[in-house]
Write a protein that binds this ligand. Structure first.
Ligand code: C2E
Ligand code: MG
Ligand code: MG
Length: 644
């Protein structure tokens, strides 16, 4: 029932009550009126009384006439009779006189006769007076009888009228009472209905409030707690922990390079991935643990019952393992890692926001230390964070001022000692920091996203520089995993080749195993497209990462570059020699050339040559130099320079 109908119904009930009340007061007035008319029944009695008094007077007069009665009694009777006659002419009789005009004349006749008879009254003891009075009064007897009959009839008519009126009133009262009862029942029904509607509205409101509260406190995508609820829970947990001395661990984690999944496979798959990650997180911790999604790919977990630091660390490592297991979404195999920062409430009265910040700092550190790592907050991280922020600012400034340079290091053919290519290596010389090694600034540039424009610039510069070299000499450019997974990489490479005019087969792109860790169709498709263009692909730093042979089988590399740590140890550790030997054997059977990195001495040169390496790179043949200083004419063994 709508509110409009309810209001209408209520208005009808109120109007009904008002009409009933008005009619009740009207009926009561009517009733009073009827009662007043009933009082007129006395008139009949009055008329018959007048007749009776007449008869008594008549009798007394007859007795006086026959000397058997006394004149005084007759005079008294006369007075009484005169009194009743005068009573007739007043009050209710007027009504009868109006109704029956001849009855009015009867009373007039009576009054006139009495007036005539009055002189006889005082002389009744005289002879003949009684006869005279009888003579005046006796003719009135018939008139009096008629009058009595008329008043009787009038009374009967009034009684009948009153009876009808009372019956009418009875029905009106009954109908009114019936209507009032019906209206009352209607009103009760209305109130009951209203009450029911109110109860339902309250229930709906409670339900709505509950769902609004849920929405306000939970993440719509994953169903996990949101930042608001997580903070509230953290405040309460810290309060409790202060009282019972418990240790609380706040785990802050985010997915490594989640943006790439979104960029490469679309936001729909990114969302599905986040949902599965949330499920895996739930499965890794006790069911009553509060897990929150704080932002895009940032999650937080509050461990309140584990106490010891080691246990929380155990949970964190378990989480990394579980999140790192491959995902199968819409036919795509996705591998994504996570880094975790942990902060404990070790300090007294640590504020919730401070604990969150500490966990965030630890996470920052974990990511900076190579992703897929766990770090526990330490006060020194504060300083580290400041240093890191200042480094980020300096890198940005350096990029804006184009303070970066490219140096080239020769790669020589092992058998002929002739230069076959140069590797482009980034250099940054800061006025205060000095020469900052790439191993320090490249990971930071990757984290702040600067590696994309920086890498594109290296590509273009290297291609442009190489165009001026002898045609047999190629250039190798390092690609960061971040840059490699960027959708615009193919275009960047194409643009660099087009603008410089360098033949694609003179460009070699060096990737590390980190690129293949995130193995998916898009990565492999990009690699294949590059190779189809004629660009060569080299596996850099082989042996330092997972060194999984499956990476070699997943893509037909043109070159394997054996990391310099193996070359350095060849003279002291037999196992390093064995590894170099195996890799070169594997390379030759797969028809992939192998480069030994970091060859610094004649001895190392001989060993890698003996092991079967096809190319060599290292200070023994040349340190990285600016393009203007490259000399191609001297013997490397003597002058640290390469020959053509
Ligand atoms: P990488 O690609 O393996 O480059 C070889 C590194 O070994 C260079 O270090 C080079 O200077 C060094 N090296 C070469 N021969 C010797 C040697 O005989 N002895 C010793 N001790 N070192 C030698 P660098 O220039 O410091 O670069 C370090 C890493 O930074 C590179 O390793 C590469 O992964 C990265 N990198 C450098 N430039 C770029 C760049 O433009 N883009 C990207 N994404 N990464 C770059
Ligand atoms: Mg390299
Ligand atoms: Mg290398």
């Amino acid at each position: 029932m709508s509110l409009r109908v309810l209001k209408l119904w209520l208005a009808v009930v109120v109007c009904g009550f008002a009409a009933a009340a008005a009619y009740f007061s009207y009926a009561v007035i009517e009733r009073q009126h009827s009662l007043r008319r009933i009082s007129r029944y006395n008139l009949t009695w009055q008329a018959s009384q007048t007749l009776a008094e007449f008869m008594r007077l008549h009798q007394s007069l007859q007795m006086v006439r026959s000397f058997s009665g006394d004149a005084e009694t007759a005079a008294l009777r006369f007075d009484i009779f005169a009194g009743t006659v005068s009573g007739l002419s007043r009050g209710a009789f007027e009504d009868v006189a109006r109704r029956y005009p001849d009855m009015g004349s009867v009373v007039l006749k009576l009054e006139a006769a009495l007036k005539t008879a009055v002189p006889h009254k005082d002389r009744l003891n005289e002879p003949g007076q009684a006869e005279a009075m009888l003579g005046i009064l006796t003719p009135l007897q018939g008139e009096l009888n008629r009058l009595t009959a008329a008043t009787y009839n009038h009374g009967a008519e009034l009684a009948t009228e009153d009876e009808h009126e009372l019956t009418r009133l009875h029905w009106i009262f009954s109908s009114l009472v019936g209507c009032l009862i019906a209206l009352g029942i209607g009103l009760i029904g209305l109130l009951a209905r209203h009450n029911h509607l109110l109860t339902r509205a309250h229930k709906d409101l409670r339900g709505m409030t509950a769902s609004l509260t849920h929405i306000a406190h939970h993440d719509a995508l994953t169903g996990l707690a949101n930042r608001v609820l997580f903070r509230d829970t953290l405040v309460a947990a810290l309060d409790e922990a202060r009282q019972d001395g418990r240790t609380i661990a706040l785990l802050y984690l985010d997915l490594d390079l989640f943006k790439n999944v979104n960029d490469a496979l679309g936001h729909g798959i990114g969302d599905d991935l986040l949902k599965i990650v949330a499920q895996r997180l739930r499965a890794c911790v006790p069911s009553d643990t509060v897990i929150a999604r704080l932002g895009g790919d940032e999650f937080a977990i509050l461990l309140t019952d584990l106490g010891m630091h080691e246990k929380s660390l155990g949970v964190a490592h378990h989480l990394i393992e579980e999140i790192g297991a491959p995902y199968e979404i819409e036919g795509h195999e996705i591998v994504i890692g996570t880094s975790i920062g942990i902060a404990f409430n070790d300090q007294d009265n640590v504020a919730p926001d401070v604990l969150l910040k500490q966990a965030d700092m630890a996470l920052y550190r974990a990511k900076a230390d190579g992703r897929g790592a766990v770090r526990i907050f330490e006060p020194a991280m504060d300083q580290w964070l400041q240093d890191r922020r200042s480094l980020e600012t300096d890198i940005r400034k350096a990029w804006a001022a184009r303070d970066f340079e490219i140096y080239y290091q020769p790669q020589v053919c092992a058998a002929t000692r002739q230069v076959c290519g140069f590797e482009a290596l980034l250099r940054w010389n800061h006025p205060e920091r000095g020469a900052v090694p790439p191993s320090e600034f490249i990971p930071v540039a990757e984290d702040i996203g600067l590696i994309l424009p920086l890498g594109e610039w290296v590509l273009e510069r290297a291609c442009t520089d190489a165009v001026g070299w002898p045609e047999r000499i190629g250039v190798a450019v390092n690609l960061s995993p971040v840059q490699f997974r960027d959708r615009g990489l193919l275009e960047s490479v194409g643009r660099a080749l087009n603008r410089s005019g360098l033949a694609p087969n003179r460009l070699e792109l060096e990737i590390t195993e980190r690129v293949l860790l995130q193995k998916n169709e898009v990565t492999l498709a990009t690699l294949h497209k590059l190779r189809t263009c004629g660009v060569r692909i080299a596996m850099d730093d082989f042996g330092t990462g997972y060194s999984s042979l499956k990476y070699l089988s997943s893509f037909p590399f043109d070159k394997i570059k054996i990391d310099r740590s193996f070359v350095r140890d060849m003279s002291s550790r037999a196992v390093s020699s064995a590894i170099v030997q195996s890799v070169t054997t594997l390379g030759s059977s797969l028809r992939i050339s192998t480069t030994a990195e970091g060859v610094e001495t004649e001895d190392q040169y001989r060993r890698v040559l003996a092991a079967g390496c096809t190319e060599i790179q290292g200070y023994y043949f040349g340190v990285p130099k600016p393009v203007a200083e490259l000399v191609f004419t001297h013997e490397a063994s003597e002058a640290n320079q390469a020959t053509i």
